[in-house]
Ligand binder design. Structure first.
Ligand code: HH2
Length: 259
């Protein structure tokens, strides 16, 4: 899954693709590099990020989705917390709703997912982006995140979302310390064992710099990002959400060739 952020403030590439032409060129480049899905977002969810008004978010993502859906067959995912943005994105051609709140952010999130009938990614986050990195605590992070996601999947199915449309994501960096992130990566098989496709998003994230202090700049975190993609693939995740599609695909292909 290649990341296309149409935001001024995403942690790794904020501002680079806010211009519609630049976002489109970037999306086309990721498709050419072999992305299987594009995840399009108009609101950053990085730690400390401020919410974005609905009209601004719509204006950022809908024109891009419309153009991409018309010119390409690639599945398009909308990364949003807002049901109205998901609805407009699906009307414009998106087929997946990536919700970092696991469809808990709005009272009508679940009902909207049922109505849209699209694929949904349910991600785990402790708290909300503005404050989630303020001393997150768990007793057993793997058990708690896995149980929470199982619970959200059950709630979605009960509400009427088709079981085979549901993806789960442990939410690396979303209300988690380095130790929590590492435990989740070690325990991915427990999440995979729930039987839903798992999406893993660790590309260029801050915990890589916590392991390797020389990777303070996000552009210097490719090595760590590739390592996590390989760890995820070994554990059986169905997709990795990445900025560097060409390099990730190559790493995964080499690992798969070795077997
Ligand atoms: N991480 C970010 C955003 N959306 N969605 C899923 N399912 N999983 C993730 O790990 C995930 C996500 C990161 O936040 P943002 O500031 O938007 O940065 P970027 O989109 O460049 O990763």
């Amino acid at each position: 899954m290649g990341i296309v952020n149409v935001t001024p403030d995403s942690f790794s590439d904020g501002g680079r693709f806010l211009d519609p032409g630049a976002a489109l060129a970037h999306a086309r480049r990721l498709i050419a590099q072999g992305a299987d899905i594009l995840d399009i977002g108009g609101e950053s969810t990085r730690p400390g990020a401020e919410p974005v008004a609905e009209a601004d978010e719509l204006a950022r993502v809908i024109p891009l989705i419309t153009v991409l859906a018309a010119e390409s067959d690639i599945p398009l995912s909308i990364d949003t917390l807002k049901p109205a943005v998901a609805r407009a994105a699906v009307a414009a051609g998106a087929t997946m709703w990536n919700d970092v709140s696991g469809l808990t952010a709005a009272p009508d999130s679940l009902a909207t997912a049922v109505e849209l009938g699209c694929e949904v990614v349910l991600m785990h986050m402790l708290g909300e982006p503005r404050t989630m990195q303020n001393d997150p605590r768990y007793t057993d992070v793997v058990a708690e995140v896995t149980a929470w996601l199982a619970n959200r999947a059950e709630a979605a199915v009960t509400a009427g979302v088709a079981k085979d449309k549901i993806w789960l994501d442990p939410g690396i960096g979303f209300g988690k310390t380095l130790a929590h992130n590492l435990a989740l990566l070690r325990g991915l098989d427990q999440l995979v064992a729930l039987g839903f496709p798992v999406l893993l998003g660790a590309s260029r994230k801050r915990f890589i710099a916590a392991i390797d202090p020389s990777a303070k700049e996000v552009a210097d975190r490719l090595g760590g990002s590739l390592a996590v993609a390989l760890i995820g693939a070994r554990a059986g995740v169905a997709a990795v959400r990445v900025h560097d599609v060409m390099e990730t695909r190559q790493a995964l292909n080499v690992q798969a060739a070795v077997g």
